[in-house]
Design a binder for this molecule. Structure first.
Ligand code: ATP
Ligand code: MG
Length: 390
């Protein structure tokens, strides 16, 4: 008999009428991620998702790992299976919860029957299994009010299951349940983390990367593809929009004062991000900006940058310390790739003395020498699309 995985729904349970739609989204996301791993039956009952392998070729370890990155799940656990018989259940609990029972100061058993033909009530079954566990582990007393360990028994259609000690899930809300946004993905440490954070709130993301070949190398692009691939374990499949940025940067370099290079470049990024967002019906632009981290991230510089768009700019890392961002980058597994030493377009033509307190009308004046419309159009038409996470 196969073990199964149980996933507890997170914030979805707070939803009222559209709860069903959220649940469906989550179940679809789980089905999509588990498809390459094996044939699983996925169903939802009373705030719990049941992931049941349909044959022996399913790798439950791998499925558990994949589920730990799916947003909308607050906790998860593996449950051991046995036949639907009270003694078989008690024997299984005694055997598979040995370590837990020996280390806990107290315990209780909670049962649940979705198979109502089972000959005992939930309370009777809990008492029976509790009594058997008590006998096997006499040093661990029962405490029904405040137990350190809760042992769960479930009697379902095909089998009975025993589980305990759930671990935290990825939290958040199912990707796709809260709209679509464009996310500006450089090869740095910050933007993969900001992408992760907004995906966690249920937003489906369209990564946009500005690429300045030959000033930035093919490897820099590959690095971004790799980062997006790592993120797709959380975000689902995505298509990276790689925007050719070389001509824009050369025009800025040739025609604008050096101290405004970065600012004007970032205004072009926002214009293109907005154009892509409008094209796909996305509602916001996500960036990895962080107050005060570099010259282009002062309040004045960010105001000048965002002035070219009316879309909301979402900056989930705005108040984080670098250390906190690095910790998150390590946790989600993007840090190692982010620190690979390839140039980003932001480090091409970097001014020696960038403006940190720019005024919008000054920037607009120096930018007026450029044919902004034509440059944006040209870059937009040259976009290369790279799918990840298929
Ligand atoms: P990161 O670590 O994400 O690169 P950063 O601290 O280096 O951020 P900047 O280089 O000023 O900061 O970039 C700020 C934000 O602008 C990035 O977090 C990212 O969202 C976006 N960005 C910068 N460069 C690019 C690029 N080449 N392609 C797409 N987005 C970019
Ligand atoms: Mg960067």
């Amino acid at each position: 008999m196969n073990d199964i995985i149980l996933l507890k729904l997170g914030e979805i349970v707070l939803k009222g009428l559209n709860r069903k739609a959220f649940e469906r989204k989550l179940l679809n996301n789980i089905a999509f991620r588990l498809k390459p791993i094996g044939n699983f039956k996925i169903s939802c009952l009373q705030s719990t998702v049941y992931v049941e392998p349909q044959d022996d070729s399913c790798d439950l370890e791998e499925a558990f790992e994949a589920c730990s990155k799916i947003f909308g799940i607050i906790s998860m656990t593996r449950a051991s299976a046995c036949e639907k018989d009270k003694d078989a259940i008690a024997r299984l609990a005694i055997r598979c919860l040995k370590d837990e029972m020996q280390s806990a100061k107290s315990f209780k058993v909670e049962s649940n029957r979705s198979d109502k033909s089972f000959p005992m009530t939930s309370i009777q079954l809990s008492q029976y299994v509790g009594g058997e566990l008590q006998e096997a582990y006499p040093d661990t007393p029962v405490d029904v009010h405040n137990p350190e360990l809760t042992v769960y028994v479930e009697v379902r259609d095909l089998a009975a299951y025993v589980h305990a000690n759930p671990v935290p899930g990825a939290g958040g809300m199912p990707v796709g349940s809260n709209g679509v946004a464009v996310t500006l993905l450089s090869g740095g440490i910050d933007s993969p983390v900001s992408t992760y954070m907004i995906a966690r709130r249920g937003v489906r993301l369209i990564p946009v990367h500005f690429f300045s070949f030959p000033y930035t190398s093919e490897q820099a692009k590959e690095k971004v593809v790799e980062l997006a691939g790592l993120l797709s374990a959380y975000c689902g499949k995505m298509t990276i929009e790689v925007v050719p940025f070389t001509h824009i940067q050369e025009e800025i370099r040739d025609k604008c004062p050096e101290e405004y290079f970065t600012l004007i470049m970032r205004r072009f990024m926002m214009r293109l991000a907005e154009k892509i967002a409008v094209y796909y019906g996305a509602g916001a632009i996500v960036t990895g900006e962080n107050l005060g981290q570099v010259a282009s991230q002062t309040m004045e510089a960010m105001a000048v940058t965002r002035a070219v768009t009316t879309l909301p700019i979402v900056q989930p890392l705005i108040g984080f310390d670098k250390e906190e961002i690095v910790r998150l980058a390590r946790k989600i597994g993007t840090f190692g790739t982010s620190i690979l030493p390839y140039e980003d377009c932001c480090t091409v033509f970097t001014p020696r003395h960038p403006r940190t307190k720019p005024k919008l009308k000054d920037v607009e004046a120096v930018e007026a020498v450029l044919d902004v419309q034509a440059l944006v159009e040209e870059a937009f038409n040259g976009i290369e699309q790279i799918p990840v996470g298929e």
